[in-house]
Design a protein around this ligand. Structure first.
Ligand code: TRP
Length: 511
């Protein structure tokens, strides 16, 4: 068994195993599961999408989750600490992921949770009226003419975003156990119950069947399309919070003998089950709308933002007891979002704490304050365009690149042997009868990390690049794309290199 030989300093620990599981599942289950998955699945072949999706889960999702959990647990550290213990040269990778998530995804993710909060309030009076589409884009967002036409901020959204940052601060400020663990122990059961109510309610609506049929009807012709596979890997990464540095930090707070493998499987399966299940609810409601308006169901299907803030409000207005449905739905989105957003604050502050020994409370206040300032950009009239571009680049390049490098560094440079031993020794009561089985599973894991994951992610990355250069993303001007997307990744990368060059307050020992 590997023993930790570094931390003489205090490191918090999860009070219970369930607390950890709720926190990790809380991070994974987020807005991405509810509004992103169903649409991606539909667009990429419906029921047939389950094939690339499950392949991505098994060949990259679960292996990388096991890797992140094992690495964080073995090194008892945040992403930068874990990578610097492999070799100081790779510390930047840990910094890069937490920096671009904290100041990239997080900045707009909190804004979307803010919108959900605004819509939660609107639900009481169904303030979106008869035309939720123009309500959302014109009256609510005041969408401007393009990326550089920023105009001003929307005060209502700004207020909601301030509230969301405040809640994030209030939870994380109180520490791991008293803050995050306590919050998720309340939020996760509520989340599951409300989801079950909404999905079951939706299934009983008229026309639900036609929606489900559309969701699941396989279109096998899509399976040969590389884009579909890229979408599957992208979805798995975003949804499981992989490449965020979050799972590494969360696992570092587990007790010495925690079962890494079992925990990974539980988190990965719950997350995928949740998004497939949520898809039934989403498509049942779309089927109901098509039925009510007597239009073909295809016409009611829209993507992410349009789904939650245009299609759903429309459906809520038509439903009997729609007000209740609306309140439940937007409350659900708020909870799902907050249980995800707190996780990156934790991952980032853990990194700062590991490296500079900074005091937690002050750090979290500063982080949340700075994050809020950054979120302001997305509350402007051009916010929607910025959101779209940042989201596109981080999902298509950032997360996948981090995952690829993680797999290569651990698989080829660090070598998987010590991690394998670490996982194996914690796989539960050791009977010799399972030993062969367990070793085989770990061999498969190793094979995935060394060959399959890098190959799959490498192809995904190259394919995204080819598409990027052959067609400008959604018609945005190319200069805007380059400055915002690639520039952003380079700037955060530079910052990561600089931070990783600074001295450790207390250098972590090498394994
Ligand atoms: N996995 C989340 C989802 O599916 C995304 C997420 C997790 C996230 N942690 C985060 C986004 C932290 C921003 C910040 O929606």
């Amino acid at each position: 068994m590997q023993h930790d030989n570094t931390s003489a300093t205090y490191r918090p620990q999860w009070r219970t195993g369930v607390g950890f599981l709720f926190a990790a599942i809380g991070s994974a289950v987020g807005l991405g599961n509810i509004w992103r998955f169903p649409y991606i699945a539909y667009k990429n072949g419906g029921g047939a999408f389950l094939i690339p999706y499950l392949v991505a889960l098994v060949t990259a999702g679960i292996p990388i989750l096991v890797l992140e959990f094992a690495l964080g647990h073995q090194k008892k550290g945040s992403a930068p600490k874990a990578f610097s213990m492999i070799n100081r040269k790779y510390e930047w990778l840990g910094w890069w992921s937490v920096i671009f998530i904290m100041f990239g995804i997080m900045a707009y993710y909190t804004v979307v949770i803010g919108w959900c909060f605004n819509y939660l309030c609107f639900s009481f009076a169904q303030s979106w009226g008869n035309d939720p589409n123009s309500f959302f884009f014109d009256s609510f967002l005041h969408t401007s003419s393009g990326v550089w036409d920023i105009q001003g901020m929307n005060p209502m959204i700004l207020t909601a975003v301030a509230l969301i940052w405040f809640i994030n601060w209030a939870i994380t400020f109180q520490g791991l156990e008293k803050g995050i663990e306590r919050a998720v122990k309340f939020m996760m059961p509520v989340l599951f119950i409300i989801t079950a109510i909404i999905v079951i309610w939706s299934l009983f609506l008229d026309g639900a069947g036609s929606g489900i049929k559309l969701y699941l009807t396989p279109d096998f012709s899509k399976i040969t399309n590389v884009d579909v596979w890229v979408a599957a890997y992208g979805q798995i990464f975003f949804s499981l919070s992989l490449g965020f540095g979050i799972m590494i930090a969360y696992a570092s707070y587990l007790p010495q003998n925690a079962n890494i493998f079992k925990n990974s499987i539980i988190v990965a399966c719950t997350n995928s089950f949740y998004e497939i299940f949520a898809g039934f609810g989403v498509f049942a409601v779309l089927g109901y709308m098509a039925f009510k308006q007597s239009v073909p169901i295809q016409e009611t299907v829209t993507s992410g933002i349009g789904l939650a803030f245009v299609a759903y409000p429309k459906a809520i207005s038509m439903l009997p007891f729609g007000t209740v449905f609306g309140i439940l739905f937007f409350f659900l989105l708020c909870i799902a979002g907050i249980s995800s957003s707190i996780s990156i604050i934790e991952a980032f502050s853990a990194a700062l704490n590991d490296k500079f020994g900074l005091q937690r409370n002050k750090m979290i206040t500063l982080l949340c304050g700075f994050g809020f300032l950054e979120s302001m950009l997305f509350t402007t009239h051009a916010g929607l365009f910025w959101l779209d571009i940042v989201d596109h680049f981080i999902n298509h390049y950032g997360l996948i690149t981090v995952g690829l490098l993680e797999a290569v560094i651990v698989g080829w440079i660090y070598k998987t042997d010590t991690l394998k031993a670490h996982i194996l020794s914690r796989m539960g009561a050791s009977g010799t009868q399972y030993k062969f089985f367990r070793q085989t599973i770990l061999r498969v894991w190793e094979f995935c990390i060394r060959y399959i994951t890098p190959a799959a992610l490498g192809i995904a990355l190259i394919n995204s690049l080819i598409t990027e250069f052959s067609e400008s993303y959604e018609g945005y001007p190319v200069s805007g794309i380059i400055i915002l997307g690639v520039g952003w990744l380079l700037v955060t990368h530079g910052a990561a290199v600089v931070v990783s060059g600074l001295a450790w307050k207390k250098p972590p020992g090498n394994e």
